[in-house]
Write a protein that binds this ligand. Structure first.
Ligand code: PMT
Length: 425
């Protein structure tokens, strides 16, 4: 194996000199927004804040003005001492912006945006933003509110208009309950803005590419109430699908049973067993540009399936297991031309050696090695530590990253393979 090399950070300077409006609504997550503004400023962006009246109850105008080094915009009507000099302010702010980021977005503001209501600077910016400029919306609210049919409908409307909706995260909520509704951390929001800017300015190499991602576990039935499975949560595969959709790829996610929301813009196919996952995947083998196997597919299934519930007998129960099809290897053996096969290797020891063997035997272009300590990497946890190995044997060791960030790095590496291929040919 050759020495590790550093992947080119192609998104590093993307926000420098860009004009970004941060729209802040009235939710407890608003307390995170001064930090968000600071991070954007540190990235070299010019930031102006549009704060709703409700937002001003959660975060102070003074803090936001201090970190943005700009006045904070609230009312569409200029202060009386400026009346007559600033009569187009409800238009000019939206025209100024290269991107609009609404974080947190409340149910109330989502409803206004979806219906075209425009009674403060934030909603005016949304309407007056120039075509093609990215809008990123980060809904954050109580879990029940987020799941209400009207919020779901408004989110769908905004997504259909081209807004990038970033699903809230799960965890402890201000209501004291645990559920979906938390705004992502500012660092993650900045990464999403970078990705969106990249797709809108410099088209990502993955723009328009057809990508199939497998995710989650498979369940191999013993009878109608029992199965063999594993601890995969689907988080890694879903993070990849989400990151690829943000780069405007056409993404199909084939997933085993998981408790995760479908990322916006992603087509989802739910399956249960390895045989079903294989059958669903085969349909895309000839048409997809990239196949990414992040699923923890059960290698074996019971040879006999008992319909109904098997009765408990005295003595031992013998269960013979037969091999499941290897979905990724099947794609690897059939791929043609510029199609890319990307795999994962979940290992316990001799990681590099075993991952290298899988790369070869499954005819992959890139493999992501990870280990299953279930504290920092592998199954269930929100973070992963990936080592990426390409066909030339080049190794990129990534640090511990949250799975969204790890997914972006994996896609960066896939883009690098595309770039190299287009230079070589
Ligand atoms: O879902 P999470 O909780 O977020 O956890 C993420 C993960 C640990 C599941 C993920 O990061 C991961 O490592 N996925 C691959 C797990 C695995 O099955 O590894 P493997 O080394 O056994 O398989 C190698 C590759 O072949 C994988 O890309 C796998 O998807 C694929 N495979 C394996 C067997 C099979 N029958 N069909 C396959 O396609």
């Amino acid at each position: 194996m050759r020495k590790p090399f550093i992947n080119k950070p192609f998104e590093e300077y993307i926000l420098r000199g860009k004009n970004i409006i941060v729209g802040i609504c009235g939710g407890i997550a608003a307390y995170k927004t001064p930090h968000l503004v600071r991070l954007l400023k540190k990235s070299g962006a010019n930031v102006k804040v549009a704060l709703t009246d409700a937002g001003a109850r959660f975060v102070s105008e003074l803090s936001l003005a201090t970190v943005s080094q700009e006045q904070v915009y609230r009312s569409m009507f200029p202060p009386t001492d400026k009346a007559g000099m600033d009569f187009t302010r409800h238009i000019s702010l939206g025209e100024w912006a290269d991107a609009l980021v609404i974080a947190p977005a409340t149910a109330n503001t989502l409803a206004k945006l979806a219906s075209g209501l425009c009674d403060d600077m934030l909603t005016a910016c949304f309407i007056t933003l120039r075509p093609g400029k990215p809008v990123l919306i980060f809904p954050a609210m109580d879990g029940q509110m987020y799941l209400s049919p009207s919020v779901r409908r408004n989110i769908r409307t905004l997504a259909a208009q081209g807004a990038i909706i970033v699903n809230p995260e799960s965890g402890d909520l201000a209501s004291g309950q645990c559920g979906t509704g938390r705004m992502p951390e500012p660092e993650s929001i900045v990464r999403d803005i970078e990705q969106a800017m990249l797709s809108s300015i410099e088209r990502s190499m993955l723009h328009g590419k057809t990508i199939v991602v497998t995710a989650g576990p498979t369940r191999e039935k013993i009878d109608d109430v029992r199965f063999i499975s594993n601890y995969s949560s689907g988080k890694m595969g879903f993070a990849i699908a989400r990151a690829a959709a943000l780069r405007k790829a056409k993404v199909t996610l084939i997933t085993g049973p998981v408790h995760l929301e479908t990322p916006p813009g992603v087509e989802r196919i739910d399956i249960e067993s390895a045989i079903e996952m294989h059958a669903a995947a085969v349909n895309f083998f000839s048409s997809c540009d990239i196949f990414i196997g992040a699923a923890a597919v059960a290698d074996y299934r019971p040879s006999v399936y008992y319909g109904g519930k098997m009765k408990k007998e005295s003595g031992e129960l013998q269960c013979t297991l037969v091999k499941n099809p290897d979905i990724l290897a099947d794609f690897g053996s059939r791929k043609t031309g510029s199609q890319l096969a990307i795999g994962f290797a979940l290992e316990q020891e001799n990681g590099l050696e075993n991952a290298g063997k899988k790369l070869e035997s499954k005819n992959l272009d890139l493999i992501a090695l990870n280990f299953f300590d279930r504290k920092t990497s592998g199954f269930e946890v929100d973070t992963n530590i990936l080592t990426l190995i390409n066909r030339e044997g080049e190794i990129t060791e990534l640090p511990q990253l949250n799975k969204d960030e790890a997914a972006r790095k994996l896609l960066d590496m896939i883009e690098a393979i595309y770039r190299k291929t287009s230079i070589d040919t």
